[in-house]
Design a protein around this ligand. Structure first.
Ligand SMILES: Cc1cc2nc3c(=O)[nH]c(=O)nc-3n(C[C@H](O)[C@H](O)[C@H](O)COP(=O)(O)OP(=O)(O)OC[C@H]3O[C@@H](n4cnc5c(N)ncnc54)[C@H](O)[C@@H]3O)c2cc1C
Length: 410
């Protein structure tokens, strides 16, 4: 079966039981679950000209499968989630490796025993490794904050090295901030790994969809009962009704084609955009991607190299190393991070976490709290960073709730 692509002008909204905004994992999993398990008619509204959200991949002019919105590597500890995505695609085993380019020398990331030997020399590294094992135990991940808190000058030296050579400049480029300004939960994602395991992720289940993510989404959404309107912005088709005329008035109804839609609306776009940024835009970082194709089999020693002390791009990814594709050409992608300023021309990638921005987001969220059938879900609608596996888990949970509710009503 193929995707049911339709034009918004041709649909009758009364034909649908549920509306899903966005076709990333958040929206697509909900659409599939509601259609398959609940027998619901689901309308997906997608702003872009394609499905698959940020996981979208396609073949470039050189015939190389490239990711258009940043490299995506699937990893999870949750077997239920992995079994779920395996329903829609064959998978290849893939373990991600990242190296930091340290003035032309490569250090494995996360910084680990092997990185320590390269950075400090074997003898000194052996001493430091033993001390780390004594204090924290072997095969453990510790943050640079924990290293500093150990109150030992040698462990502080390791923390300082990682901070200066792996973390500081990279973080400044990524967030346009000093590390002190970055939310501690982001800092906590940069660990030191007391191990020789050079893999970037240690999750039980890791891999890549054999034919790519777009093919996986095509399989997931090619289902009787799911219709998809591409190149359609929810803001242009939703008619919002409020309880009163004040700025903080709560939503009373969402009308589509002149009728209040009373079935579930799963919304996975940015919440501030839905309300035309009435309290000011939520801040994000956006990314510019620069692709380069070479008549060489490979360009990099592994899939991703982080530029932690030099260059103004943050990292380079070589796609063939992710997909296992064979070709005598290769395509790499450089990532440049900058402030998100224009919703019309830029894509919001990373929410800038922190108390002030969370409060700003909550103000938008409170506008929706009165509307029982409106369900914000996903990295944009919840103004958070989620890995793919987490968002699939949350989408499955929300679907269960919506199906239970629909069951009760029937
Ligand atoms: C650069 C980068 C790299 C990443 N790498 C990884 C990784 O390696 N592994 C991992 O597990 N996770 C990774 N992630 C996280 C992953 O992208 C998210 O977990 C995933 O995208 C969440 O899915 P989603 O459906 O919430 O959002 P999205 O995938 O962004 O989907 C949202 C969809 O909603 C649509 N939309 C937005 N507004 C509207 C509107 N007004 N009307 C209609 N449609 C709209 C968008 O066009 C989009 O298709 C990465 C994220 C980034 C930014």
């Amino acid at each position: 079966m193929a995707l049911n692509i339709c034009e918004f002008k041709d649909i009758d909204i009364e034909d649908y039981d549920a509306v899903v905004v966005g076709s990333g994992f958040a929206g697509s999993v909900c659409a599939r679950e509601l259609a398959e398990r609940g027998g619901m008619r689901v309308l997906i509204i997608e702003k872009r000209s394609h499905i698959a959200g940020n996981m979208y991949d396609e073949y470039d002019e050189a015939g190389i499968l490239v990711h258009r919105y940043g490299p995506h590597i699937f990893h999870t500890y949750d077997q239920h989630v992995f079994d779920y995505v395996r329903r829609f695609a064959g998978w290849i085993g893939y373990q991600h490796h990242v190296l930091a380019d340290w003035y032309g020398t490569y250090l494995p990331v996360p910084f680990n025993k092997n990185s320590m030997e390269i950075a400090f020399g074997e003898e000194k590294a052996a001493h430091l490794i033993q001390k780390l094992i004594d204090v924290f135990g072997d095969e453990r991940k510790v943050t640079i904050t924990e290293l500093r808190e150990a109150d030992d000058p040698e462990l502080s030296e390791v923390a300082d090295f990682v901070y200066k050579n792996v973390f500081l400049y990279y973080t400044q480029k990524q967030w346009g901030l000093t590390p002190d300004e970055v939310d501690p939960s982001v800092t906590a994602r940069v660990p030191v790994f007391i191990s020789r395991d050079d893999r970037y992720f240690q999750d039980t289940y890791q891999g890549m969809p054999a034919l790519g993510y777009t093919a996986l989404f095509e399989e997931m959404l090619s289902y009787d009962g799911i219709d998809i309107c591409l190149s359609t912005d929810a803001a242009s088709i939703f008619d919002l009704e409020f309880e009163d005329a004040s700025e903080d008035a709560k939503l009373a109804a969402i009308k589509i084609k002149g009728k209040a839609f009373t079935g579930p609306i799963v919304y996975t776009g940015p919440l501030d955009e839905l309300f035309c940024g009435r309290f000011g835009r939520l801040p994000y970082r956006t990314l510019d991607f620069v692709y380069e194709t070479y008549d060489e089999e490979y360009k990099l020693p592994c899939a991703t190299v982080n530029y932690t002390v030099t260059e103004d791009y943050t990292r380079i990814t070589e796609f063939k190393r992710l997909s296992g594709q064979r070709s005598d050409k290769t395509t790499i992608m450089k990532e440049y991070s900058r402030a998100y300023e224009d919703p019309d021309t830029q894509i919001p990638y990373y929410a800038i976490l922190g108390e002030e921005n969370a409060a700003h987001y909550q103000r938008y969220l409170s506008l929706t709290s009165s509307l029982d059938n409106f369900h914000p879900l996903g990295r944009l609608a919840e103004y958070r960073y989620y890995n793919m596996d987490k968002i699939i888990e949350l989408a499955l949970q929300l679907s269960d709730e919506l199906l239970a509710e629909a069951g009760k009503q029937r």
